[in-house]
Design a protein. Structure first.
Length: 335
C-alpha cells in the first residue's frame, strides 16, 4: 500500500510546454456558461481546446481525475486504472468511486505505467482527459492523443478538487452537476464545523505514514489542508528541509523517514489511506514517541482519503459525522 500511494502521488510534471492548436486560438476564450456548442476551454498549458459538441464518449487517462468526471455524471466510457492494492477494487478502480464505475460499465483501459494508445483509439473517444502530473500522467503522449480527439490537460495537484470539477464541467457541459456537488460539500462542511467545535488554534498534521520510507505530508496550500481548515483545524506545514520531492509542489511534501519526527508537529495527526492497525503502528513508532499527537492520544485513521474528489470528500465528512471520537485532552507538559 505504501508504494501504491507514493506512486499515485509522485509528481512528474517535467517540462510542461505549450502545444497550442492555432485554429483554436482564433476562437473567443470567454468562459462558457450555457450549453451552446462548440465551446473552447483553456487547459493547464494555456492551450485553447475546441470541443465541437457535448462529449458522449469520454476517456480518462488519469485515474485521479476519473472520480471527478463520474461525480459530474459525465459519460466516461473508459479509464486508466491503478495497480491492485487495498485502495482499489479488482478492476483497479479507486474504491471511493468503484461501484459507480462498475454500475456505468466503465472499461478499464490499462494500468498506469502501461500506456496503451491503441486501446484509447479503439474506444473512439470524443474527449480525452490527461493529467499534467502524477504517476498517471500521459503528458508525454499529448500530441498523439490530440490526433485522436480533443484532449484536455488538467493538474489535480495544484488546486482543490472543487476547482478541478468546475474546469471539467466546462469541458463536458455539466456545470449544474458541479454547482450542485460543490453546494452539497459546502453545506456539510459548514454544519460539521459547527458541531465539531474544534478549539481555536488546534493544529493538525495530515500524512500517509510509511515506517522506514518516504511519507507524503499534506502542506497548508494543498486540497487536504483546505478541507481540514474549513472544518476548524489549522494545518501544520512540514519543514522543507526534509522534503525529497524533485520539484516544488502545492499538495504534499514527500518527507524522508529520518525527518518525520520533526515534520509532524500537529496536536492531531490524521493518517490517510489507513486503518486502526496503521494508526497503532504510527503510535508505537519509537522514533515518533515525542510527537504531540501521539502523546495526546490524538491519532486518527482515514481510509478512502488520499486522492480527493466528491466521493472521497464525502467519505471524510462521513467519518467526522459518524465515527470521529473527538479530541482527547491535551497532554500536560512534564515537570
Amino acid at each position: 500500500m505504501a508504494s501504491i500511494l507514493i506512486c499515485l502521488l509522485t509528481f512528474s510534471l517535467g517540462a510542461c510546454t505549450s502545444t497550442a492548436n492555432p485554429e483554436a486560438r482564433e476562437v473567443s476564450t470567454a468562459t462558457v456558461e450555457s450549453n451552446d456548442w462548440p465551446r473552447v476551454v483553456t487547459d493547464e498549458t494555456g492551450d485553447l481546446i475546441k470541443i465541437p459538441a457535448k462529449p458522449q464518449r469520454i476517456v480518462s487517462t488519469s485515474v485521479s481525475a476519473t472520480g471527478s468526471l463520474l461525480a459530474l455524471n459525465a459519460p466516461v466510457i473508459a479509464t486508466a486504472v491503478a495497480p491492485q492494492s487495498p485502495a482499489t477494487d479488482k478492476h483497479g478502480y479507486l474504491r471511493q468511486w468503484a461501484k459507480v464505475a462498475s454500475k456505468r460499465s466503465v472499461d478499464a483501459l490499462y494500468e498506469i505505467g502501461n500506456f496503451d494508445l491503441e486501446a484509447i483509439r479503439d474506444s473512439k473517444p470524443d474527449l480525452i482527459i490527461v493529467s499534467a502530473s502524477g504517476a498517471d500522467s500521459a503528458l508525454v503522449h499529448l500530441e498523439q492523443l490530440r490526433e485522436i480527439a480533443p484532449t484536455l490537460l488538467v493538474d489535480y495537484t495544484e488546486k482543490k478538487w472543487t476547482a478541478l470539477s468546475v474546469d471539467l464541467a466546462k469541458a463536458t457541459g455539466t456545470e449544474e452537476a458541479a454547482a450542485s456537488n460543490n453546494a452539497i460539500i459546502n453545506r456539510r462542511v459548514a454544519d460539521l464545523k459547527r458541531s465539531l467545535a474544534i478549539p481555536a488554534g488546534t493544529t493538525a498534521s495530515i500524512l500517509s505514514y510509511h515506517q522506514g520510507n518516504i511519507s507524503p505530508i499534506a502542506q497548508s496550500t494543498g486540497p487536504h489542508a483546505q478541507l481540514f481548515e474549513a472544518l476548524g483545524f489549522t494545518v501544520a506545514d512540514p519543514p522543507k528541509e526534509f522534503d525529497t520531492s524533485a520539484q516544488e509542489r502545492e499538495d504534499f511534501a514527500f518527507t524522508s523517514y529520518e525527518g518525520l519526527a520533526k515534520s509532524v508537529p500537529g496536536d492531531v495527526a490524521f493518517l490517510l489511506a489507513s486503518d486502526s492497525e496503521v494508526a497503532e503502528q504510527f503510535s508505537a513508532d519509537t522514533s515518533l514517541g515525542l510527537l504531540p499527537s501521539i502523546r495526546g492520544g490524538n491519532v486518527f485513521a482515514l481510509q478512502e482519503s488520499f486522492l480527493l474528489d466528491f466521493y472521497s470528500t464525502q467519505k471524510i465528512l462521513d467519518y467526522f459525522e459518524n465515527d470521529f471520537p473527538g479530541l482527547a485532552p491535551a497532554v500536560q507538559p512534564q515537570n
